[in-house]
Design a binder for this molecule. Structure first.
Ligand SMILES: [Zn+2]
Length: 120
């Protein structure tokens, strides 16, 4: 089994305005950045290989945010048996969402990664 990793956002390491500008450059709207900052630490994306997670975290750090990578041990999703998921575009940040049940901010997916609520 291939080990998966996830990227967490912790806090901006630049002025909030500069961070928003940096994130806008990689396709993240300011409103999403507000949610990220308000909900930090938040999981930006999970289920990635280590090189993917590094690239993702690097992009966030270049934009001026502190991001860390951690092992993603419990994200097996039978609906997505493909373990060799393709490189996710940084544009997928736009798919950020907040769970209506528990309020956890996360990458949009089939269900809440925290409480398991199926989205829409
Ligand atoms: Zn939830």
């Amino acid at each position: 089994m291939v080990k998966k990793y996830r990227v967490l956002f912790h806090n901006p390491i630049t002025e909030a305005g500069d961070f928003k500008t940096g994130m806008a450059r990689i396709g993240v709207p300011a409103a999403t950045v507000d949610h990220m900052i308000a909900g930090a630490p938040v999981v930006l994306k999970g289920g990635m290989s280590l090189p993917e997670a590094r690239q993702y975290a690097d992009a966030v750090q270049e934009a001026g945010g502190r991001a860390t990578i951690e092992a993603d041990g419990f994200m097996e999703d039978p609906a997505h048996p493909d373990h060799s998921s393709e490189m996710a575009s940084i544009a997928t940040y736009q798919d950020f969402t907040m769970c209506p049940m528990c309020g956890f901010k996360q990458q949009r997916g089939p269900r809440c990664i925290k409480c398991g609520l199926a989205f829409r």
